[in-house]
Design a protein around this ligand. Structure first.
Ligand code: SAM
Length: 323
């Protein structure tokens, strides 16, 4: 469907839990205990009901995220159920990859098209420091298995000035022999992110240009999403940049977000939207649910204002919003 600024909204991001099996230092405070009891979370049936109405309204692509989506029970089944909804053409998952390896085959047969795997260090000790868990090996084996199975693989990397800036070239080199995308995502002032200084994508691109020759900038197209891409000669994969801080891509925004607690968010940056769980549990009719979702999508804000102070700013961390 088209929102009031003329944008085509066809992408739904569904968070399925706030829990995570890692605690990245720029995301969640070490002492945070996430304890979302099951009845606070949307059930699989409730998620599918909302997704069905969203599909009626023109949603074609779904991404499952969290927290860490793979800690949710029977997540493979949920992917299958969502994938079988009429109108849904593409299903993806965003994960830290720790629990992914053994679930990949089922995910693939249940219709998953690809995985985005978050990874901020290729060094075991640093990975442990950054995520507070010694799990790098599990993540790397998940990446290789996903590629073996022919799934689309994107690696999402956040570069923080005093933590992993010296690994930019190592990350780019991952795309030399592997057919995957490395995407640098700028750190946003959300959750613990407020306490760190992210490296801008402009600076990252300059570092890449100093180290590689024959770089082509790819033209953006409808399928690029918020990323812009470069390709380095003879590299199998490519490198992308998602720059919410340095270049706002809100005019092309095509997404809405459903939190694990059933709140439909119009934009990452603001706290407003609608509590669909409350309405579902009060037995809202399908028609009224459809209308509520329509009204909220239609009314998406024009743009985020990370750099300015404003009312209704989102105060939740990424694991609560669905990163
Ligand atoms: N657990 C899954 C994962 O690791 O991909 C999904 C949720 S996680 C919150 C999603 C993404 O949000 C990760 O790539 C993480 O790096 C990113 N993230 C968390 N806090 C962020 C922040 N303040 N700014 C930018 N990205 C952030």
């Amino acid at each position: 469907m088209i929102d009031k600024f003329g944008r085509k909204i066809d992408y739904l991001r569904i968070s399925v839990t706030e829990n995570c099996n890692l605690k990245c230092i720029y995301c969640i405070d070490e002492n945070t205990i996430v304890n979302s009891s099951n009845d606070k979370l949307l059930s699989d049936d409730e998620i599918c009901k909302i997704a069905r109405e969203c599909a009626h309204l023109g949603i074609r692509k779904i991404r499952i995220t969290g927290g860490e989506p793979l800690v949710r029970k029977n997540i493979e089944n949920l992917v299958g159920k969502l994938n079988s909804i009429d109108g849904i053409e593409e299903m993806y998952i965003t994960t830290n990859g720790v629990l992914l390896h053994d679930k990949l085959e089922t995910f693939k047969s249940n219709g998953l098209s690809g995985v985005n795997i978050s990874l901020d260090s290729l060094d075991r000790d640093r990975f442990k420091k950054l995520t507070r868990f010694d799990k790098l090996r599990d993540v790397l084996s998940s990446i290789d298995k996903a590629l073996e199975l022919g799934l689309k693989v994107k690696i999402n990397t956040v570069i923080v000035d005093d933590i992993n800036k010296d690994e930019i070239i190592d990350f780019v080199n991952l795309s030399k022999y592997k057919n995957l995308q490395i995407r640098f995502i700028e750190l946003m002032p959300i959750g613990e992110g407020k306490k760190h200084k992210g490296t801008s994508n402009e600076e990252i691109l300059n570092i890449i240009k100093e180290n590689f020759e024959n770089i082509q900038v790819e033209n953006r197209n409808e399928r690029s999403g918020p990323a812009s891409y470069i390709k380095i000669d003879n590299f199998k994969g490519k490198v992308g940049f998602i720059s919410p801080m340095s270049s706002c891509f809100c005019e092309d925004c095509n997404r809405i977000r459903l939190t694990s607690q059933g709140f439909l968010k119009k934009c990452l940056h603001y706290n407003y939207g609608v509590d669909l769980k409350k309405h579902l549990r009060n037995n809202i009719s399908d028609g009224d649910l459809n209308k509520l979702i329509y009204d909220n999508i239609y009314d998406k804000p024009e743009k985020h204002l990370f750099m300015e102070s404003c009312d209704n700013k989102e105060n939740k961390c990424m694991n609560q919003i669905g990163g």
